[in-house]
Design a protein around this ligand. Structure first.
Ligand SMILES: [Zn+2]
Ligand SMILES: [Zn+2]
Length: 102
């Protein structure tokens, strides 16, 4: 089950489970769409992979036990260990590589 982390690890914007601008990498590193496009160039600062939109977790319990109330999101805010300036060389060496080869 996805952790549904509560914030953008770069700008700290709130990303609740219904957010449509949350983006995740395969390790669940979580960022907002704006940071992914304007600062990260679709390169995860932590693993170097790319991002996909995070699906919303439904508010309505369409199937037993599977709603955002029964399976609540994480409340632990996570922050990036790098500054955006520190990321430039990391991003530069990866961004031209096709996502499936990262
Ligand atoms: Zn952000
Ligand atoms: Zn990552």
């Amino acid at each position: 089950m996805l952790e549904l982390r509560p914030n953008c690890q770069c700008c700290d914007k709130d990303l609740p489970p219904e957010a449509t601008d949350a983006r995740i990498c395969s390790f669940e590193c979580t960022f907002c769409a704006d940071c992914v496009s304007s600062k990260l160039e679709n390169v995860c600062p932590n693993c170097g992979g790319g991002f996909v939109p995070r699906p919303v977790r439904p508010a309505v319990e369409w199937r037993e036990g599977l709603s955002r109330y029964k399976r609540p999101p994480s409340s632990k805010r996570v922050h990036m260990e790098y500054t955006v300036a520190e990321l430039s060389s990391h991003i530069a060496r990866i961004k031209g590589i096709a996502p499936e080869k990262r």
